[in-house]
Design a protein around this ligand. Structure first.
Ligand SMILES: [Fe+2]
Ligand SMILES: [Fe+2]
Length: 269
């Protein structure tokens, strides 16, 4: 079976790409299960009820997120209410929502677990994503063999460490959060597909999806600025993992990257 994982959807451009490009990509690649990280879907920061209504109608089975899922107050009730909308599992108890779900694939009827974790390096200190993964994977029923992990983290080393830690125990460990696709997709020795970062689905003509002016001011002046998503250079970044359902082992992994329009990367900001 094929799993398609779509990297961080950023703002209006990211959502437009999902609406317009995803059906084409799904038609072409025929995934049995689709997951998308939507932590930046509403104006680059979190989710609103309106954005959720739009996203949840798309051909996506499970939505993951990350540190930005807390940016809008209304996301809390959504996380509690929507079983296929995840937040990183290792946030302390008492927060809304959950970081693990099991859904059935549409065509083959295979149970697929999705686990969302967040790294600690250069990020908010909280429960170890490694220990959280141990604890939650132990709760999965034995018939759940196909497990996809969204490792939302800043440090490349921490993401790779999670890949090796879970090698042979899950079908894929896919990195998100940095919005920059890496070219290191591979199958680890015990059968887990891995990539350090899937990249973002959003506007590439900017700084990790945002208009450069305010980001530059932050760096030059060291004072806060409100950031706005960029508008040009839209692209979909995803990874396609082929999994053997009886064993849960990954067979192949490949990057999927599609510009929204020819020539967009050179368009003005
Ligand atoms: Fe992100
Ligand atoms: Fe993030």
């Amino acid at each position: 079976m094929r799993l398609l994982f779509i990297g961080d959807v950023v703002g209006r451009v990211g959502r437009r790409i999902l609406r317009q490009l995803l059906p084409k990509v799904v038609g072409e690649l025929q995934p049995d299960f689709v997951v998308a990280n939507v932590e930046n879907a509403a104006g680059g920061f979190g989710l609103t009820a309106e954005v959720w209504a739009e996203l949840s109608a798309l051909p996506v089975d499970v939505f993951t997120s990350g540190n930005h899922v807390w940016d809008k107050k209304e996301t809390g009730p959504l996380l509690d209410r929507e079983p296929r909308l995840l937040r990183p599992a290792n946030y302390p108890e008492g927060n809304p929502g959950r970081g693990l779900c099991v859904m059935t694939s549409r065509r083959q009827g295979v149970p697929v677990a999705v686990l969302n974790l967040q790294g600690l390096t250069f990020m908010t200190p909280m429960e170890s994503p490694f220990r959280t993964a141990d604890r939650l994977l132990a709760t999965l029923p034995p018939e759940v063999k196909v497990v996809l992990v969204d490792m939302h983290a800043e440090a490349t080393s921490e993401k790779q460490a999670m890949g090796w830690y879970l090698d042979g125990r899950v079908s894929a460990v896919l990195g998100t959060h940095t919005h920059v696709p890496t070219a290191d997709e591979r199958i680890l020795p015990l059968g887990t597909a891995f990539i350090t970062d899937v990249g973002m689905t959003g506007p590439y003509q900017g700084i990790i999806g945002f208009k450069p002016k305010e980001v530059l001011e932050r760096f030059l002046l060291a004072t806060p600025r409100a950031l706005e998503p960029a508008t040009q250079g839209g692209a979909l970044a995803a990874v396609l993992v082929e999994v053997d359902p009886p064993s849960g082992k990954a067979l192949t992994v490949r990057r999927v990257f599609r510009w929204e329009k020819e020539g967009q990367p050179h368009a003005p900001v």
